[in-house]
Design a protein around this ligand. Sequence first.
Ligand code: GLA
Length: 398
Amino acid sequence: MKRCFLALILLFSTVCYGQKFDQLALTPPMGWNSWNRFACDIREDLIRQTADAMVTSGMKDAGYRYIVIDDCWSGGRDSLGFLYPDPAKFPSGMKALADYIHAKGLKFGIYSDAGSRTCGGFPGSRGHEFQDAQMFANWGVDYLKYDWCNTDSLNAEEAYKSMRNALFTAGRPVVLSICEWGNHSPWQWGAEVGHLWRTTGDITNCWGCEILYGVYSAFGWTQILDKQKGLRVYAGPGHWNDPDMLEVGNGMPINEDRAHFSLWCMIAAPLIAGNDLRNMSKETHDILTNKEVIAIDQDSLGVQGFNFIDDGDFEIWLKPLKNQEFAFCFFNRGTTPYAVSYDWQKYNLSDSFSNTNVRLDGNYKIRDLWAKKDIGTTKDIFKAMVPAHDVIMVRVYK
Ligand code: GLA
């Protein structure tokens, strides 16, 4: 009897141990992260004010939830090895900050690294996985971005599994954001380990530039977009490709910001704003909070869209949605306006991955998601000018 009981416990712990928290990211996570705009210039005030702004700006109402502190928050480890925040930057400590964020109906995220040190040189979690996961649970962490600097010859899949297991053991549900830059094909093993995985190196706030930082580069968003090719079959509810955080509101022209946001929604990317929420222009605000565009990203079918028609600088992207609806994004990469003429009924909308094979009839309505108005039906040929470096994004529905 006793042996039977022990065997049961063993079986139970093996089954439960190697798990991630399910159900936490059935649609791509939405939130804000400090890195793109503030890098290491972070303080408790900024985080509190950002949480305030997330609510007052309408971002929370539009679906954004996570307030994630990226690198450079740490003050080190104490004599027992426990992480503590930099007391000058975070004088009230992480638990108080998490309480503040939670009281607003938001969720709290933090950053660590699978290696010995973070990219910014602060303590990493290597060898401290269970201790750190327990500390994060004590603080009330709901989301962990887990980076890949200073990992030497660590096996990526195993390193991320260690943190997954540590989080699961600590018992507080945490979204695990695998930030391994696509070096070890995380799309092949990430679904059972975390909830999203970076597919590339870092994004930067430009259309198509490359910024060299010694041994690695940061890329403009169109280059990051092009690196997603072939990866859509790995994404779905609970496990997403992460083409990195948004640069909307960080200095690109409004049309480029709009195109960036649209394409991120078309590919079911996590929507993690990276701008200063406290001082947004109206244009930035209106992009980030466009609920009809966000609904394309958050569609519960969870199918990542794809480049359906590629005509050089002009592309048509397609995203199958639930209830046999579709999002189309007419994307002009060129530097002059493009006159589009598209016959809705001409092409088979075929996508073996999502089991889609539909020829539209003339009875669908077309809704322009940026103009926020219905603009006709699939009976008529769609004719419009797509401005340079811009998009027209529509929902096709009955
Ligand atoms: C890496 C990540 C970035 C950011 C920085 C912080 O470069 O890819 O997103 O977290 O580290 O140092």
